[in-house]
Design a binder for this molecule. Sequence first.
Ligand code: FEO
Length: 169
Amino acid sequence: MLKDKIEAALNSQIKSEAQSSQIYLAMASWAETQGLGGTAQFLYKHSDEERMHMLKLVQYVNERGGKALIPQLEQPTKDFNKLTNLFQTLLDHEVMVSGEINDLVDICLSEKDYTTHNFLQWYVAEQIEEEALARTIMDKLNMIGEDKGGLYLFDRDIENISITTGEQV
Ligand code: FEO
């Protein structure tokens, strides 16, 4: 049985993962309207991944005798202006999520909930990969700058980058 404090913290993370999925969906849609088809596909996949992160938490809370709360979400920004702004927002967002996961791990230790602590290790590893990938993408974009040919190749190649494995083309 989950302690109330752990259940509340996990429910808050459910909202955060759902909100991440929503934000990346908005980013994907923006990219699609800018003619950045590869970037859009990458972000649609990223949005799906976040939904999966949320779902894992929902099922874990329910399995452990808690009640998962399906949250109301906020409207994400719909204009990203430039690709570098979009990916910087994504990187900053992932850094924030990593902080949330670390806080959750901390709560589990202070409450001596080693089962949830163990469950969260998957998220700890996932955050390392997601942050690393977002940094690599930012490095590439900074290198490309305003070069249109470079952006064309970036958009073509990003579609094949997998988030879960962090595998690069
Ligand atoms: Fe589920 Fe990208 O954090």
